[in-house]
Ligand binder design. Structure first.
Ligand SMILES: O=C(O)CCC(=O)C(=O)O
Ligand SMILES: [Fe+2]
Length: 251
């Protein structure tokens, strides 16, 4: 069955419900750890725990280590702060102990129904983003990174923030995912939202705090190339290489 057909089947299955699913997940304490390298020369490693009690100075250090976030427009990565104002860390600059597989049991049955529910799905980590006060991302659809990509997953950590709601729109439907409110008072949880690629979405301006996210591209796996390691492990190896730390693990 072609990927297009699979996506159409999945979309038809959820046509009567919403083309997105969201929730919270309780995760073990060690899964909030984030390692990143700053912009010093040579780069220095940092470890921060992304919970509701993270000291603002640690989040500011994370934010200062970020580059300005770009976005895809007509097959190019564009930097335009009137369209998107946010910080980003590319994969080689951080490693998270959070594993998206922890929330697969919740999202997969929703996104893939019927006999395709047996189908494996891969979530490829794309970026870490930090939305400080005044950050936003205007309405857009995510740029498909391959034929096999069918959606996006956003994971939000419980670092306190207000504003920064993700507003999703599809046909007549609209949904507001207010991670700051959802996570307030839940230090042991992350909030997540997964949606299909044809859903338009925007991040409203953050009014206080730091909204820290991991974004993933959701794929049907390529049957001809079996996966050898998880993106989390590959990501950690790239980070170590960028720090010039000797490692015998190869991604
Ligand atoms: O942070 C979010 O909720 C969504 C971010 C987004 O739309 C993107 O990175 O493409
Ligand atoms: Fe997006």
């Amino acid at each position: 069955m072609s990927i297009k057909h699979k996506i159409d089947t999945a979309r038809a299955a959820v046509a009567k419900s919403d083309p997105w699913t969201s929730g919270t997940a309780q995760i073990p304490s060690h899964c909030f750890n984030l390692f990143f390298i700053d912009k010093m020369d040579p780069p220095r490693p940092h470890l921060v725990k992304l919970t509701d009690t993270t000291h603002p100075s640690e989040l500011e250090a994370l934010s200062a280590s970020c580059d300005q976030a770009t976005f895809g427009r007509a097959h190019e990565d564009v930097l335009d702060e009137s369209y998107r104002k946010a910080g980003k860390l590319d994969l080689g600059r951080f490693a998270s102990t959070f594993d998206a597989a922890q929330i697969f049991p919740t999202i997969i049955p929703y996104l893939i129904q019927g006999k395709d529910a047996e189908q494996r799905v891969e979530a490829d980590m794309h970026k870490l983003n930090v939305y400080d006060k005044g950050s936003f991302f205007r309405a857009h659809k995510d740029t498909p990174r391959s034929e096999r990509m069918f959606g996006s997953l956003v994971v939000v950590f419980p670092t306190p923030h207000t504003g920064g709601e993700l507003v999703l729109r599809h046909a007549e439907k609209m949904f507001t995912f207010d991670s700051g409110t959802i996570l307030a008072g839940s230090p042991d949880k992350i909030a997540f939202i997964a949606f299909f690629s044809d859903v338009e979405h925007e991040v409203l301006p953050v009014t206080s705090g730091h909204r820290v996210t991991l974004t993933y591209n959701l794929y049907y796996p390529d049957p001809t190339s079996p996966r050898l390691s998880s993106t989390t492990a590959v990501n950690a190896c790239i980070l170590l290489k960028n720090l010039n730390v000797a490692t015998s693990i190869s991604p």
